[in-house]
Design a protein around this ligand. Sequence first.
Ligand code: ADP
Ligand code: ASP
Ligand code: MG
Length: 469
Amino acid sequence: MAERIVMKFGGSSVGDAESIRQTAAQIYAAHRQGQQVVTVVSAMRGVTDMLIGATTSAAAGDHAIPEQAKQLLWEKHHLAASELLPGEFQGVLGEIQAELSNFSNLVMAISILGEVTPRAMDFIASLGERFSATLVAAYLSAAHGPARAVMADTLIVTDQHFGSANPLLALTGKRVQDSLVPLLESGILPVVTGFMGATREGIVTTLGRGGSDYTAAILGHALDADEIWIWSDVDGVLTADPRIVPTAHPIAQLSYQEAAELAYFGAKVLHPKTVRPAVEKNIPIRMLNTFNPAYEGTLITRETSTGSAVKAVTSIPGLALVTVEGRGMLGVPGVAARVFGAVAQLGVSVLMISQGSSEQSICFVVRQEESGAVVSALEESFRLELSQGDIDSIWREEQMVIVAAVGAAMRGTPGIGGKLFTALGEAGINVLSIAQGSSEYNVSLIVKQQDAHQAVQAIHDAFELSRSK
Ligand code: ADP
Ligand code: ASP
Ligand code: MG
């Protein structure tokens, strides 16, 4: 039986006509070898940012930026279509134009109302994938063989958590099987929009920024795929973000847990939720480079990996450290439960609970933009303790970064912590806090924004990751 592969191509892999040609060549090469290929595409690079930026401006009452965005979006897609489909692209452009006039009407309404609902934002944010899937399917059909654009709001059923919706896998599985398997069996290449889903009622949702990777894993799960291939613009998962560490090196093999930790702690190359559906069905994930297709990339499987104890260093910028401190706190029952209860009620997620400087404090990390609301909510809920002096103060420090060293073999290897902290000490970096109760696959710590790049580089050097195989 033919192997079934879900291939996802990111924004840079469909960023212009030449990249789309390379993408199509990879799809068709696998198809020609007898594999059943389901393609998932992101929006062309920069398009989702533009859609979201224009909508935010419209909500702030600006008319000019949305109008400009519409023009730029039209030019970008028109240019790619005219280069890819000379003489026969009227149909494609007609579809894109129709979506763009929807966009115009929506941003107009939003600018009159002066606000944008999460539901409207998701609908608009998902348009970029509609454009790119239409374009890629048209090009595949013209250049290689029959292909069809499939809008994922007809496939992926989610809850109503706009902005980062969760798939309902059983319902989704049935729809995916019913609509994609007949296409595959008749030799038609489906090109599915990434990032997008819809509620049971058909209201469009998105899976979170970078969520097209997750789309590929959801489809892989639904179709019992043999492999999931994520094509991007780097040679796989690297030992660090190449924009921070230019000598970062591709990692040949990772376990699911290691990949999930790296993604969670900021390795942008993979959306953090992607691993889950793959693990459930034990589907290997390959991370590949559209612009260097012969390179083997990174293979992510169930295998507990071997190799160096620390495999990669990652970081999450834009955070704040919130501290609740008080000498009388030990006598107040259930402080921790009340702190995290109040944070949860705001719908804010805590990225890391850390070890404070004294026993009489609780410290945790949240996204910087949410930290003001967190402090206000805590002040409100501990008003009595604050007035009685049981709690001295509640405050936040902004411009914080979590830096994490990840690797499954770290657990059994003595001296990792010592080596790591020595390296940071020698680089003169002040570690504000370390993680408490985090998984056995990582050591994570908090440093100031201004020290973050140097901290990543120092850990990368200390564990000689540039030389890892
Ligand atoms: P795509 O549009 O293909 O989904 P992304 O921009 O989402 O691509 O992710 C790829 C980018 O992630 C790379 O170009 C790289 O700059 C960045 N990146 C950050 N950390 C890592 C890492 N550890 N390994 C590889 N790439 C990383
Ligand atoms: N286009 C979406 C984004 O920019 C999804 C993705 O690229 O994975 O977030
Ligand atoms: Mg991505």
